[in-house]
Design a binder for this molecule. Structure first.
Ligand SMILES: [Zn+2]
Ligand SMILES: [Zn+2]
Length: 294
């Protein structure tokens, strides 16, 4: 049973049969809404459907978005756009990183993902169709970006404090010249703490406004994931987003954090680091000191 379309549509024996049933019942829905509704009707178990979709979407998007950066690393033409062009991540390093990230996804993220639907249900995050209009979704996502960035800035800055760095955040700084897949290479405590910014902020939003759709959450998580992977790509192009949106952080901003260790703590935007002067160039270690703290 599913709450999508008020249980008015029955599942077919195949997914395409279910899609035909949904189309017959609600012909005005767009194709994404029809696929979404059919998936929930076909699965007939909302908890399993949401958990499975979130987990698969996360894995496919994370590694799918990392793959182009691995390919770009192999193409000499792109070398001129590499920010730290003397440091090439080798295959062994990337393989070790991938194994660690996969293990972390299964161990740390599996539980919140499986518990996500009951929480959403309790809080009133909608899964029904049609989806909210684009303006509403864009507004929600913009709010999440701004608040996640603030959360990330302060938590990340805190993680650079002595013992927190030594026992937690040091793992993420293993790569002084980052690459896409290193985005989520971090200690489980860090994954959980920074994950609050991505998942917790939509939860606070729905508690405050009682207005949030699960599809908006998916789009938000996707964009946030792409932002994190691209920020770790190690490449700065003439067409990088921050050239058009000067307050956007991107790889240009985060690569310096890995290289110089201090400053540039924010995730998506440059305003917190600008406001509080936590820029690597203002805190760069003086000559004679090591560039990267260990
Ligand atoms: Zn850091
Ligand atoms: Zn990083």
């Amino acid at each position: 049973m599913t709450s999508v379309l008020n249980n008015a549509v029955t599942a077919g024996s195949t997914f395409s049969e279910t899609l035909a049933n949904v189309t017959g019942y609600a012909p005005d829905l767009n194709i994404v809404e029809k696929l979404w509704a059919s998936y929930y009707v076909y699965m007939a178990n909302d908890i399993l459907a949401t958990g499975l979709m979130l987990f698969i979407v996360h894995e496919v998007l994370y590694f799918g978005r990392s793959l182009p950066w691995i390919i770009i690393d192999c193409i000499p033409y792109f070398r001129k756009y590499k920010i730290q062009d003397t440091k090439e991540p080798d295959f062994k390093e990337q393989w070790a990183c991938m194994k660690s990230v996969l293990l972390s996804h299964f161990m740390v993220e599996a539980l919140p993902i499986w518990g996500f639907h009951p929480i959403c249900d309790y809080l009133g995050i909608q899964i029904d169709v049609p989806f909210p209009d684009l303006k509403t979704m864009a507004l929600h996502i913009a709010v999440f970006f701004v608040f996640e960035d603030a959360w990330h800035y302060w938590m990340h800055r805190g993680l650079h404090y002595g013992p927190f760095y030594k026992y937690i955040h040091k793992q993420h700084h293993r790569y002084a010249a980052p690459f896409g897949m290193a985005a989520e290479y971090a200690h489980p405590i860090e994954v959980a703490l920074l994950g609050v910014g991505t998942v917790g902020i939509p939860i606070f939003w729905v508690i405050a406004t009682k207005n949030l759709h699960m599809f908006t959450v998916y789009v938000w998580v996707t964009l946030r994931l792409f932002q994190a992977i691209d920020a770790h790509s190690g490449y700065e192009f003439p067409w990088s987003l921050h050239h058009f949106l000067p307050f956007w952080a991107g790889a240009d901003h985060h690569d310096d954090h890995h290289r110089y260790f201090l400053g540039n703590y924010a995730s998506s935007f440059r305003w917190w680091d600008a406001l509080l002067s936590t820029h690597p160039k203002t805190q760069r270690p003086k000559s004679g000191q090591k560039e990267k703290a260990n």
